[in-house]
Ligand binder design. Structure first.
Ligand code: ATP
Ligand code: MG
Length: 392
């Protein structure tokens, strides 16, 4: 048996009532799935709003710990040492792992958590005893209860005790897939992978659609998007990416419409095609990475014109965020370095020199009258190819 133990503390789901088990099962499913990718055999045990993971002697608990930080629905993740529920065992465990628990710190405090109230010592007494052992082993240490460099937690739980250095923040949010199914318009940029991650965090199962414009966009640009999707799946779980070619539509727009409307008309095509995919596959909302005012097609007026092409709700989780804030999330979830690879996107080919920033819907509809929308969409839809992407 491995003496290391991982504790996953549940977040928002603990507020759920009768349908709580629905959320719990999704978390457990995701955890089991991730653990299958880690060396060793693991077992799970749930009690007191905490999922506890134990591993056999070959289990790579450190890698498992890292992976658990991507599970939506989990508020914090602790890697600790398990022992029998007695003060002797707790003190022995603290002594054995003293260097890991204290590291190079000069100040510390102990935090006792006793969920089993029948345990003979109360929390202050547990802390006093463990603190004494630590000070004996490292007499240079000072206790600082307000701002210690490290904290040593002693948890007395129902069947066991556990010692750890405090949890790290979990992925929070709601379990992946608990809120239903949404369709992400995924480009190769910075914003849309972040938008996908944010909606997955609120419990959506995210499916994606990507529009390419071969040969104006390259095979490598498509691979980059699939790589981004894969990076998002580290959090969201398995994702289908539908790829649709817009080449014919873009060539037709260039021939038939006024240049200043190209982007808007194209965006309306994207939304309509995305809506078709969504309706066919059961997604109840579209998701985009737009942020108010970021570019000409993201003004209030332009977004209104884009939205009016479809009737499904459009979720734009980045709408109120600055680029810097979006980048911060992109870095955290590991999509940023892929996003900045310099491949073209279909939005960047045939871009108007002076796009309309305050478009009028009537004028846009007039432009669309010049096109056989139904036929163009049918043709584009016929190019649809679906790739199943998953990190695991
Ligand atoms: P991003 O960084 O996500 O590419 P952006 O700031 O470059 O966004 P736009 O190019 O105007 O903005 O695109 C706005 C949104 O439209 C994107 O966030 C994405 O949801 C969607 N989108 C743009 N291009 C594509 C594409 N080729 N395929 C699928 N969706 C796209
Ligand atoms: Mg873009």
């Amino acid at each position: 048996m491995n003496s290391k133990i991982i504790l996953l503390k549940y977040g928002e789901v603990v507020m759920k009532g009768l349908n709580r088990s629905y959320f719990d099962n999704l978390i457990i499913k995701r955890v089991r799935y991730l653990l299958k990718t880690v060396d060793g055999e693991f077992s799970l045990d749930y009690a007191q709003s905490t999922l506890c993971i134990r591993g056999d002697e070959n289990a790579d608990m450190d890698t498992a710990f890292e992976k658990m930080k991507t599970v939506f629905g989990i508020a914090s993740v602790c890697l600790g040492f398990e022992c029998e529920k007695s003060m002797d065992a707790v003190c022995r465990t603290v002594s054995e792992h003293m260097d890991t628990l204290i590291g190079g710190a000069k100040t510390f405090k102990c935090v006792g958590k006793r969920s089993d109230k029948r345990f003979p010592l109360n929390s202050p007494q547990i802390c006093a005893e463990v603190g004494g052992i630590i000070l004996e082993a490292k007499p240079y240490l000072k206790v600082d209860v307000n701002d210690p460099e490290v904290s040593v937690y002693i948890e007395i739980r129902d069947k066991y005790a556990c010692v750890h250095g405090g949890g790290e923040k979990g992925a929070c949010g709601m379990p992946a897939g608990s809120a239903g199914h949404g369709l992400l318009l995924l480009s190769g940029g910075i914003d849309s992978p972040v938008a996908g991650y944010m909606m997955a965090k609120r419990g959506l199962r995210v499916e994606a659609v990507h529009f390419e414009s071969f040969p104006y966009t390259s095979e490598r640009a498509k691979e980059k998007v699939l790589e981004l999707a894969k990076e998002v799946t580290e959090y969201s779980g398995k994702m289908h990416v539908n790829i649709i070619s817009l080449t014919k539509i873009q060539e037709t727009l260039v021939k038939s419409c006024d240049e200043e409307y190209f982007t808007l008309l194209l965006r309306r095509f994207m939304m309509r095609l995305a809506e078709r995919v969504a309706r066919r596959n059961g997604a109840l909302a579209l998701i985009t990475g737009e942020s108010l005012g970021q570019v000409a097609s993201q003004t209030m007026q332009a977004l209104g014109v884009t939205d009016s092409a479809v009737s499904l709700p459009v979720f734009r989780p980045c709408i109120g965020m600055d680029k810097e804030e979006i980048i911060e999330i992109a870095r955290k979830i590991g999509t940023f370095d892929t996003s900045i690879l310099p491949y073209e996107d279909c939005c960047t080919v045939f871009t108007p020199r002076h796009p309309k920033t305050r478009p009028d819907l009537e004028k846009v509809l007039e432009q669309e009258k010049r096109l056989n929308i139904e036929e163009l969409e049918e043709e584009a839809f016929a190019t649809l190819d679906t790739v199943v992407v998953c990190a695991y």
